[in-house]
Design a protein around this ligand. Structure first.
Ligand SMILES: [Zn+2]
Length: 213
């Protein structure tokens, strides 16, 4: 199942539902007795024309069940990270109080901490890849390095400017100085535009569509 197929099915579900709510003629399809049904269950969307003609009921509908969409499951990386941090940093080490807590309680806590660490480790790489974090850091570093270099050049120009007596040469130096200002600003703007918002949603289960014919 391609992503495209899945997203198109989800879109179709909501579009057809909206149409059927807005206009009488979209409430049924040709050859179907009952209204189209749009059922939302946790993690599932069902698009159906009610009873199928294949069923025992003679007043069945032509389409019957049309499609079932199993929704993709997502995990929000930032929220997950926050929760994991709470568990990792906020948990008291129960083993220090083994007179108060049972072995079972201590083991259970260790298990929870271990699971959280595992979850974080599992998500870190896909999140980084999804958002090209390495490339982002590189661009920031490069821009910063350039900026320092340009500032050095500007200082040299300023120094020359102060010691220069010839008016025309002074003007040229000032122009060069301002040119660099412009470049610094441009590079900074480029950095801002390249730094798109992070996509925090990690797919932990792909969506799927089952169509009935
Ligand atoms: Zn139908």
């Amino acid at each position: 199942m391609s992503d495209k197929e899945y997203f198109e099915a989800v879109q179709q579900f909501y579009e057809d539902r909206l149409k059927s709510q807005l206009k009488e003629k979209f409430r049924k399809c040709k050859g179907c007795q009952g209204d189209k049904q749009f059922i939302e269950k946790p993690g599932q969307l069902i698009y159906s024309c009610g009873k199928s003609s294949k069923s025992k009921d003679s007043k069945g509908d032509k389409c019957g069940h049309q499609m079932t969409i199993n929704l993709a499951r997502y995990l929000h990386y930032s929220e997950m990270k926050e929760d994991v941090n709470k568990v990792m940093d906020g948990s008291m080490d129960l083993s220090l109080f083994d007179e108060i807590f049972s072995k079972e309680e201590i083991n259970k806590q260790n298990e929870i901490i271990k699971d959280n660490a595992k979850l974080f480790k599992k998500c870190k790489k896909p999140f980084s890849e999804q958002n090209q974090l390495k490339a982002r850091v590189n661009v920031i570093k490069k821009t910063h390095k350039n900026r320092i270099q340009l500032k050095v050049e500007q200082n040299l120009l300023l120094h020359k400017f102060k010691n220069e007596e010839d008016f025309v040469k002074k003007q040229t130096l000032m122009k060069e100085y301002l040119q660099i200002n412009k470049r610094i600003k441009e590079e900074y703007d480029e950095l801002l535009t390249s730094n798109k918002p992070l996509n925090n949603f990690l797919v932990i289960e792909e969506g799927s569509v089952i169509k009935s014919t």
